[in-house]
Design a protein around this ligand. Structure first.
Ligand SMILES: *Cc1c(COP(=O)(O)O)cnc(C)c1O
Length: 517
């Protein structure tokens, strides 16, 4: 029996103290845009005007001053440091975004990545001067192939979604080689899939056919068989899936697909639940991306620099894109062009200018080597343990669509909010007031008002308890009718609810001075 935490709700008026003269709230400082505080006359640098030079821009050179707002060096530092302090990060607290795997970024990895032999090299340096870097890429490849039980690897994709594109492009190349690219135009995608899966398939010109989930949240062999036909090229399947459940029929699904001449793309974003326990190659995967920023602890940074290496089965290995590293005796060589590729290889092309995110390769390998094989297995087990701890401690106050036990993340729905006037979005916003980054909401789409919590293995029992206590208190407050706490949340953040959809659909990318009202 879990003891309920005592909840002290502050009086309503305490929520809105009189504003300060400055608009600042203690050390939370209002920071204007650089265009509002800087001026074209100010600069943090002091360069001589360049001597007259001959231009080769053919009359396209700028004639007016660029007019960007400038700041002095100390003003610049303050502006950007203040902005950075508005960020919530894994270094400030638990970041329970389901499917995103916001785990701690060990400082040892950072130290390794800053070694000048890795940090200060250039991708166009002569091969013989970067042998150490190529050796590291080879070693990282070896670990990833060993952990996944696959045959070939492409290190160059820059993120999970880019990796999906790489793996599906390899599948397309294999179909072309089989002379079936024109007939096999359909990709099967379960309804619980991450949005990048159908987007990737569509981007490569495939048509998406949805596969319904069973009432228990998993995909059945019968549903896959029913969707199969001579027009099917591949199936994209996430395992564990985005409901946090291991797909128990994956082997039979893989066999059914292979019998029908169809490839299995495994979305490996959730590999952190099974790394060191199961090899996706043994489950029948033909291609899989690995998000180094999820499973292998490299930083997620505002969309980059990410790394999403792709591993390929024997059937697809020949189509791996360039560049790749080849060992020749004691030396490492970078194969840059298809006509330079070894006998039998037919690279489908190239995905990125250079070789991938070197700094992320160093960090990921540092994580693997410092954990060792047993440590990686334990990280997976601890991630699953933590998610199940959260599940168990919230089971009596939230509602679970699939209560059977979770892998590395746990899914709740919004049935517990029925009749309270509080939505999943309101609930998430109230967590911001409590000092937590919310969980993933409204994903996956297969349940109503989804809340997907992924604590990762990084969190201690104490930090899980703090988060759980806050969620419990909020759930009880919602049920007790304290709707304002939710519908007006976040009340304590510098900004409240922003129109995120409009910001994404209709971004304002250039600054216009406000016209006085
Ligand atoms: C994160 C994620 C992706 C996409 O990976 P990015 O690195 O963000 O591009 C794809 N599928 C699933 C299930 C994910 O969680």
């Amino acid at each position: 029996m879990v003891e309920m935490p005592k909840v002290i709700l502050p009086a309503a008026e305490a929520a809105a103290p009189a504003p300060t003269f400055t608009g600042n709230r203690a050390l939370q400082i209002e920071e204007p845009l650089i265009f509002e505080i800087g001026s074209a006359e100010t600069s943090g640098v002091d360069f001589e005007e360049p001597a007259e030079t001959e231009t080769r821009l053919g009359g396209l050179e700028r004639t007016d001053a660029i007019g960007l707002a400038g700041l002095s060096e100390p003003e610049t530092m303050r502006h950007y440091v203040r902005l950075s302090q508005k960020n919530y990060s894994i270094d400030t607290g638990i970041f329970p975004l389901g499917s995103c795997t916001m785990k701690h970024n060990p400082r040892l990895n950072e130290k390794m990545a800053r070694l000048p032999g890795f940090a200060d090299i250039h991708p166009l340096q002569p091969e013989k001067t970067v042998q150490g870097a190529l050796a590291l890429m080879t070693e990282l490849s070896r670990w990833l192939l060993e952990l996944t039980g696959m045959h070939a690897i492409a290190l160059s994709p820059k993120a999970g979604a880019h990796g999906e594109f790489c793996g599906m492009a390899a599948i397309k190349a294999a179909l072309e080689a089989r002379g079936e690219a024109e007939t096999r135009r359909v990709v099967l995608v379960p309804v619980s899939a991450h949005g990048t899966n159908p987007a990737t398939a569509a981007h490569l010109g495939f048509t998406v056919r949805a596969v319904e989930a069973e009432p228990d949240g998993t995909v059945s062999v019968d549903a896959v068989r029913a969707a199969l036909g001579p027009d099917v090229a591949a199936m994209m399947l996430t395992n564990p899936n985005t409901c946090g459940l291991f797909e128990p029929h994956i082997r039979e699904i893989a066999d059914a697909l292979h019998e029908a001449g169809v490839y299995l793309y495994c979305d490996g974003a959730n590999f952190n639940a099974i790394a060191g326990k199961v090899r996706p190659g043994d489950l029948g995967a033909d291609a899989m991306h690995i998000n180094l920023h999820k499973t292998f602890s490299t930083p997620h940074g505002g969309g980059g620099p990410g790394a999403g290496p792709v591993v390929l089965s024997e059937a697809l290995a020949a189509y791996a894109p360039v560049p790749f590293v080849r060992r020749e005796g004691d030396a490492f060589r970078l194969v840059e062009h298809a006509d330079d590729a070894p006998e039998g290889a037919a690279p489908f092309g190239r995905l990125a200018a250079f070789h991938g995110q070197m700094g992320m390769f160093v960090r990921a390998l540092a994580y693997m080597m410092s954990h060792g094989a047993d440590g990686i297995r334990q990280a997976s087990e601890d991630a699953v343990l933590n998610a199940n701890y959260v599940r168990a401690r919230l089971a009596d106050v939230l509602t679970q669509p699939f209560p059977e036990g979770a892998m590395h993340e746990v899914l709740f729905d919004d049935r517990f909010l029925k009749g309270t006037g509080v939505s999943t979005l309101d609930f998430a916003k109230a967590l911001i007031d409590e000092g937590f980054h919310p969980m993933t909401v409204y994903f996956p789409l297969v349940v109503s008002g989804a809340m997907l919590i992924e604590p990762t293995e990084s969190e201690s029992k104490q930090s899980l308890d703090q988060f759980i206590d806050a969620v419990r208190a909020l759930a009880l407050a919602a049920k007790a009718g304290d709707a304002v706490r939710f519908t007006e949340a976040p009340r304590f953040a510098p900004r409240s609810r922003l129109d995120e959809t409009r910001a994404a659909r209709d971004p304002v990318l250039s600054y216009r001075e406000k016209t006085p009202e």
